[in-house]
Design a protein around this ligand. Sequence first.
Ligand code: ZN
Ligand code: ZN
Length: 173
Amino acid sequence: MFNIVLQTSTTGGNSGFFDSPWWQFASLMTWAVLIGLWLALVFWTYKDARRRLTDPLMIGISVVTSFVFPYIGPIFYMILRPPEYLEDVLERDLEIRAKELAITGAADRCPACRTPVRDDFFICPKCRRQLKLACSKCEKPLDPSWRACPYCATEVSASAGTPSLIEEDELFA
Ligand SMILES: [Zn+2]
Ligand SMILES: [Zn+2]
């Protein structure tokens, strides 16, 4: 590869300077640095894209772009890449969730209106959607999908349909 490059650069001018070993060495070194930098930038694009992108196709496009367009490709990639590392995004989401938990004490959200709700809420305080059913014996909140009460071992009988629902006036008394 270097030989081709050197031939094209030496056949042009026949002046003594371009035939000198010094020029050949300098030219070789320049090309080595340029090609080395080009490949290093392609590798850097690959490494950086993997930390910022989830889609393998987008990572592939980024790497191919910086390979096909030496130096220019990585610059375009730097302009267009997502601003954050994936782990930072994940960490921030976790932080927000942890803060929400600390504020509301709620690990879940109402499936209807997304209001944070606590495990022991029978209904959503905002939209009144039924979240839990009261155990017929101990009145602890039960998930509608549970078949027995985990607190008092009372079966949630299928024949009885749903366990006793708490009356509205009882809840809002
Ligand atoms: Zn709700
Ligand atoms: Zn119970």
